[in-house]
Design a protein around this ligand. Sequence first.
Ligand code: SF4
Length: 706
Amino acid sequence: RIADKQIKEWKYTTCGYCSTGCSIEIGVNEQGNAVASRGVADADVNRGKLCIKGIFEHELFDAAGRGNHPLVRDQIHEPYKEISWDVALDTMGEKIKAIQDQYGKDAFAIVSTGQLLTEEFYTLGKLTRGCIGTNNYDGNTTLCMASAVSGYKRSFGSDGPPGCYDDFSHTDCLIAWGSNLPEQHPVIYWRLKEAKEQRNFPLIVVDPRVTMLAQFADIHLPISPGTDIVLQNALMHVILKEGLEDKDYIEKHTNGIEELRACVADFDPTSAAKICGIDEDTIRHVARLFANAGRAMSIWTMGLNQSTHGSDAITGCNSLSLITGNIGVPGGTSLSITGQCNAMGTREWSSCSGLPGYRALEKEKDRNDIAEFWGIDPEFFPKKRGLAQTDIFPAIETGQIKGLWLVATNPMTSMPNTSRIRKTLEKLDFLVVQDAYQDVETTQYAHMFLPAAVWAEKEGVFTNTERRVNRVSNVQPPKGNSKSDFWIFSELSKRFENGKKITFPATPEEAFEEMKTLSKGADRNLDISGMTYEKIEQARGLQWPYREGATDNDEGARLYTDGKFATPTGKANLIPLPWIDNNEHPCDEYPFWLNSGRVVEHFHTRTRTGKMGNLNKYSPTPYMEMNPDAAAKLGIKHQSYVRLASRRGDAIVMVQLTQRVAPNAVFIPFHFHDCVNRLSLGLLDPHSRQPAFKQSSIRIEHVDQK
Ligand code: SF4
């Protein structure tokens, strides 16, 4: 009971887990300890609500395993030695320079996260691009939303989800593709549920599994894994064949309708049904519902992104919206539901794939603008993007990369085929892990560990799924000898030649001011120049664009309201989607599809939620959902243990019998170490380099139940 906790003060911040972006207050007692959490009632995003992770978020500060000292060792099997921050950063700077001198600038790679504050991403980008000079810099966001970024850029010429949560309250039809909101984004689900209860629009869920959202839907389409673009083509086939498209919008605001028409001509519902497993009458019915709805929208999450066709499938959602005139209008949109709390911040400002403010390394003007603003030689920048995270690990295997810095990411659990990742990490000459928790699995393979502050021990902002920038405030100072990531990046910059010459912002607010200046420009939607920390906190978050002089949030609610896109012609691209089946299909030896996803109690690789007693007690152990008919054929019982094997590795899990999964498929939560990602294949999407976590094949074997 909150009343029993003798709270002296409630401190405003934003939840540090998922991209919903709930405003949260942390209750601090007389001793300065965080003892309670509550939702902020006047915040538009969550209106006082929190999910179970947010409710217990105050427990994070004192969770077990927090790092307290920088640590170093020469060999990964030796014990660590505690060192001072000065020695740690001097050593790190020297090691990076030694690797780069011997093997070239790009032999040192950096993989960050979607968990830091936006000002920290900006500062890390400045350090990486402006001082260290490696081109091999990416985020773990490649595992979760790279396909959405790629799909938006291909369709609209720029990244940025064009819609917002308020669209639920205006739509007449919603298709959710591979998105299980009640477990992934519970508060967005609550917003959707409330809107549907008020207006009763048709909700269609496309997912191979009977998820919690599918149970709430009017129509569930249990699609064959990895065939979403076949269904999208078939829906567009019906819409175009029956003349249900918005001809005026297509004419004025899109390129490529004839190419799209020619492509979807091959996907009549009868032939598409044989591939995607949805019967042809249902395909026609859904196409008509969407096109005749008035306002219609698509949302999606990892079910689309984590596929070899992820980027294409996102352009498919965008094209469905474009041909029906459903972009930039209330209730009409194509909305990626992002994963991590600040995945958007890294997209906008981290420079993983480019330069700050959605600028591109490939464009000379963009390179010159940033070089001039930072005060460095533009020749210091590479002229095209370096390796994505998923290509950095193979480059370590081939010896192209010798040193790696991991910031708040845990590839030993999160990457596909983790047995291979273990061997890869062992090859590095120098691995630095920077994290709030010393006991993350990847630290076992590090030469150096840097203890970082947790989210609300720092100052800055996050951007959520609907482009809303919200304040994160330091509820308490960094624990022990840990430091903010902002401080670590700024201090490390001083160990490099450019870092001694150029000015790094002294505070997060100064970094925010630099970002505001860089965001100005009439041709950029990503304009935050009218925001201040104070205005953001007062409004409980402001959506970009929010230009200098702005007084309300109206302009930021939706993008492309004028039908103008960031392409050279100003029109959006309709992209044909030919079908090439490159999934790893079940076969005699490995007869089951392996699917993975989230449970509501855990976040990512449980580096935080795995230590929360109140979360762990509801979800303490990995399990596998299996269809009872398939289990009966193999003589497998509920809650027995089985061994799973794929072409990559094996894992032992407990069986949970349920009709949620088809007889030829199983589902396992991805959060647990040494479990599903020992089995997953992770073929890459050619556009986004995002892995297909959800389409591998496995076999199931009995184990001795003792
Ligand atoms: Fe935090 Fe997401 Fe839960 Fe909101 S829905 S409380 S942002 S984890």
